[in-house]
Design a protein around this ligand. Structure first.
Ligand code: WTA
Length: 633
């Protein structure tokens, strides 16, 4: 595939991709293997919205990730598995070995009656079998829905039921640091409420004693006995659904973001190669979990499409100590390291002694994703991890975009700390003003939209196209609205400032305020709640909940936090619960979150216009209870 090798080449490619988008993407698509060529490159309108790339063509993502490389790379390592416990064994799978495992597991799924278009839920730790399961689904044309294994039983069940998954693939248990998470117990609790699930396949990760439900539960290793390793990848229509990935929106119900086959494949393949400037033989390490889109696009599919070697790390950054990331970089001589600002800030807080004795000289490129990276963290990362000679690619994108949209090209785009810099070829970002018009000048701030399709974009929300239209294509007619705000500097560089909707970004995890409120409101003593984000030194944003209760009781704050942890997952636990007598509401009953946000931030000098409030007195009381009372409004 063509690789951009100079800034001039980037400018040229970008211009070409805007002037002749179809020709540009045709050129990229030709680098992949197709069983049937496409008839039209792009058909689109943003009103319905309806987007089709490479219509009429047939291809297979798994074939392009594995089979295509076998003639030249059969013995090259595809996946390096680094276990949670550094004393346990590293596993390496070559492309040939991965091919065999994926073919076998594809046959397992078929033998269980999984057909093209069926949904398969994957609730797995960060072990190669998670990747094998995803690739096997893609190979047979089943739609995978990976659910992050930190989600609770309730969240897992909601996601399984929304897309009526037929099979659930999981593991007995996993260690995260020194904590054992009994995945199968969570699964059992979830499956009590999931009528669509016919079978649950369990990978034996920890030899834990688990409950086996006869006729439903099957061990992964038993299914592999006597199974053929021959499997032909299913030719898939370009627009055939590839995967669903649930993400948070402003309301409680998670959205099943749907991606389709060819466009997603081409987009992640192209962006992986170019953003990281990947060179043959390099070792690539993305620390994201396969349960999030970064894990899909840049831990599995992007690297494998390019015949790269990718690391899957089961553990956490601070186990056995805060030097673990650097141990792994040293041990596997990692060349490209891609992580989240929250991890960088958490490690920064541990001091630089953790770098002592670690050889990080293999590193060539660093990446950041998931939330805005503040300048201090950027500088620390650049100096201590990159020894001031590795470019940092601050990659902005979303579950919905499939792949990176705005980012420097490693070693090529001049960097500016805390800026995601420039759009990748094919991407046409615009900033909108308060009246819904495009802002043409630079040095401005606005709401970030994209005005032309790119192949990796989501096509719909599973089972709810109307919600898809309303969420992304309704705020600004004929634009994809990202939900993010951004600043564009005098050179046209973008800096993403954060969400402008009711989504909070906690340690790079998107959490809907409505989702947390729904969870809090299930507590018997809660009357009503309102959740907002506030700046947090390590997590980027923390969660603050203002809660109205029936009667005061001991430990209620703790109980409410535990309720959220149980209903959504531990990562969504609020940092602060403030019990209040009332919430600031407009006369029409709408909660004014803007005011709560300011109070949670401790910024009460100017609460803005409170004249539309039903009862302005309630604000004075909330401020007092929040402990930030510093005089009258
Ligand atoms: C935020 C993760 C600033 C943003 C790939 C976006 C970022 C949301 C960046 C998507 C970045 C992601 N700089 N903010 N480099 N990358 N975001 O769907 O608010 O989990 O809308 O996808 O994360 O989160 P998601």
């Amino acid at each position: 595939m063509q690789q951009i090798n100079s800034f001039e080449a980037y400018i040229k490619a970008y211009q070409n991709s805007i002037d002749n988008p179809e020709q540009f993407w045709d050129g990229v698509a030709h680098q992949f293997h197709w069983t049937k060529p496409w008839e039209t490159t792009l058909e689109w309108n943003f009103t319905e919205p309806s987007i089709k790339w490479f219509a009429g063509g047939e291809t297979n993502l798994c074939y392009n990730c594995i089979d295509r490389h076998l003639p030249t790379k059969a013995n090259q390592t595809a996946i390096i598995f680094e276990p949670n416990n550094p004393d346990e064994e590293v596993r390496k799978l070559t492309y040939q070995e991965l091919y065999i495992e994926v073919c076998k597991f594809a046959n397992v799924l078929k033998s269980l009656g999984v057909n093209k278009g069926d949904r398969v839920c994957i609730y797995m730790p960060m072990v190669p079998e998670g990747a094998i399961a995803m690739l096997a689904c893609a190979r047979i044309g089943a739609i995978h829905s990976v659910v992050f294994a930190g989600f609770s039983a309730t969240s897992l069940a909601d996601r399984i039921n929304d897309s009526e998954c037929k099979i659930l693939i999981t593991a007995d248990a996993v260690y995260r640091g020194d904590k054992l998470v009994a995945l199968k117990n969570i699964v059992d609790e979830a499956l009590a409420n999931c009528p669509s699930i016919k079978n649950c396949i369990i990978y034996n990760n920890r030899n834990e004693n688990i409950n086996i439900v006869p006729n439903r539960d099957l061990w992964w290793h038993n299914l592999l006995v006597h199974i053929s390793a021959e499997n032909t990848a299913e030719p898939m229509d370009s627009e055939a659904p590839l995967f669903i990935l649930y993400t948070s929106g402003s309301t409680g119900k998670p959205k099943g973001v749907l991606h389709t086959t060819a466009g997603y494949m081409i987009y992640v393949g192209y962006t992986f190669l170019n953003v990281f400037n990947y060179q043959p033989q390099e070792i690539f390490w993305c620390t994201a979990d396969i349960g999030w889109v970064t894990g899909h696009s840049y831990l599995i599919y992007g690297p494998l499409l390019n015949g790269a070697t990718t690391i899957m790390f089961e553990g956490v950054p601070n186990y056995p100590n805060a030097g673990r990331f650097w141990d792994v970089v040293d041990k596997h001589q990692v060349n490209i390291f891609y992580t989240a600002p929250t991890a960088i800030r958490a490690l920064e807080a541990q001091g630089t002694q953790w770098f002592e004795g670690k050889d990080l000289s293999s590193l060539r490129v660093l990446g950041s994703v998931g939330e805005p990276i503040n300048e201090e963290a950027w500088q620390w990362y650049h100096k201590n991890v990159g020894h001031s000679n590795c470019p940092i690619v601050d990659t902005w994108w979303q579950t919905e975009t499939g792949g990176i949209l705005i980012s420097p090209i490693a070693g090529i785009t001049p960097l500016k700390p805390a800026f995601a810099t420039l759009p990748l070829p094919g991407v046409q970002p615009v900033l909108m003003d308060a009246n819904g018009n495009e802002i043409t000048e630079n040095d401005v701030e606005g709401n970030l939209c994209i005005k032309f399709p790119w192949p990796g974009m989501s096509r719909t929300l599973y089972g709810d196209h109307e919600r898809f239209r309303q969420t992304y294509y309704n705020t600004y007619k004929n634009y994809y609205f990202t939900g993010d705000g951004a600043r564009r500097d005098h050179k046209g560089y973008y800096r993403i400032t954060g969400r402008v909707d009711d989504v909070i970004n906690v340690s790079g995890h998107r959490i809907g305020t409505g989702e947390v409120e729904d969870a809090i409101n299930t507590h018997a003593s809660v009357v009503e709640s309102a959740v907002v984000g506030f700046p947090h030194d390590i997590k980027g944003q923390g969660i603050c909940a203002f809660v109205i209760i029936t009667t005061p009781q001991e430990n209620l704050e703790q109980e409410i936090k535990e309720t959220v942890s149980k209903i959504i997952g531990p990562f969504a636990k609020p940092d602060r619960i403030i019990i209040v007598p009332g919430l600031p509401k407009t006369r029409s009953g709408k909660i004014m979150r803007r005011i709560l946000r300011k109070i949670a931030e401790g910024d009460i000098s100017n609460l803005g216009d409170v004249s539309t409030l039903l009862d302005p007195g309630v604000v004075v009381e909330i401020r007092r209870l929040a402990g930030v009372f510093r005089g009258g409004i």
